[in-house]
Design a protein. Structure first.
Length: 313
């Protein structure tokens, strides 16, 4: 099982923007130094001011705007981090494809793949917030079909020869597209989401399936659905990476209840839980380390790399 970490790219209004740059660079370079396989950044454009009230099941901390939604643009951010790292993979967790034109987006993603030396994992999703689609002037009801066509066209643009694609929303005929990515035939496409539609999309179009926050039992159940669907599309299900992103709470020294015994206990529980995930077929775990300042996030990441990952080597 391989491991990645989510890099918190949230913009915090009461802190200077320069500190945000220092934060993401420190985390990315620390993850690479520790031998973590990948870093991941989310996507968000706009959202309603009362998002917590509209979606209390997602945001339970009260009516204030969740800091987690105030994120930097992922492709630009990854381009910056690519130049400050050399080996770590660069994952999008995930880019909301209906908001982006497939030709321009392919140009950006393949350019990043070239400049980074072939390190991109192209995480793709349909989005979930109607208000965001309204702000982007994109029909929410068509997000699934838009995403499917986007991925199909992305693969066509990455292939050799002239690009030719005809869909309901996107078309291209006899055009030359550059740059071709270093990773062939294209950077791996990981499909975000846990709905039946997302699983079918991963089975048909994905190199990976990448849900958030599922239990081992849910992974086991949905992985079987993924395998059955892949076989219907005449694909080898073992070639589709089964990933997961979830929060990893590691006690750090500035916590009021911190103790080495508490950390050791937490580490053992995490290893036991991840062992169960591996037993049900999880190939790739991306740890999201929530709500921590830079030094605490580095400390938690170090515990992950030094005390947890070795149990799965």
């Amino acid at each position: 099982m391989k491991f990645g970490v989510s890099i918190k790219s949230s913009v915090i209004p009461d802190q200077p923007m320069g500190s945000q740059v220092i934060h993401i660079v420190r985390l990315a370079q620390t993850a690479e130094r520790l031998g973590v396989d990948s870093i991941w950044i989310p996507d968000r454009t706009v959202f309603p001011a009362d998002i917590s009230l509209r979606y209390p099941d997602r945001f339970e901390d009260g009516p204030e705007i969740p800091v987690s939604q105030q994120v930097l643009e992922p492709v630009v951010t990854m381009g910056y981090l690519a130049g400050l790292t050399s080996t770590i993979k660069l994952g999008f967790g995930v880019v909301v494809l209906p908001f982006r034109h497939p030709v321009l987006n392919a140009k950006m993603v393949t350019t990043l793949d070239v400049l980074s030396g072939g390190r991109v994992i192209f995480g793709a999703g349909v989005g979930w917030m109607p208000e965001e689609f309204e702000g982007m002037s994109v029909p929410f009801s068509q997000r699934g079909k838009l995403t499917d066509e986007h991925i199909e066209m992305f693969k066509e643009l990455c292939s050799d020869g002239l690009a030719n694609y005809s869909g309901k929303y996107f078309r291209i005929s006899g055009k030359i597209f550059y740059p071709k990515p270093i990773q062939q035939p294209h950077p791996p496409v990981w499909i975000g989401g846990r709905s039946q539609a997302a699983i079918l999309r991963a089975a048909r179009l994905g190199d990976g399936w990448f849900p958030i926050g599922l239990t081992p039992e849910e992974i086991q159940h949905d992985r079987q659905r993924l395998r059955e669907s892949a076989e219907k599309f005449n694909r080898d299900p073992d070639e589709i990476v089964v990933g997961l992103s979830s929060s990893l709470n590691i006690p750090v020294k500035h916590h009021s209840n911190y103790s080495s015994s508490l950390r050791n206990q937490s580490t053992r529980k995490t290893i036991d839980k991840l062992t169960r995930y591996r037993e049900v077929g999880l190939n790739y775990y991306v740890a999201s380390i929530p709500g921590l300042d830079t030094e605490s996030a580095v400390e938690a990441m170090t515990v992950l790399a030094n005390d947890i990952v070795p149990a799965f080597n």
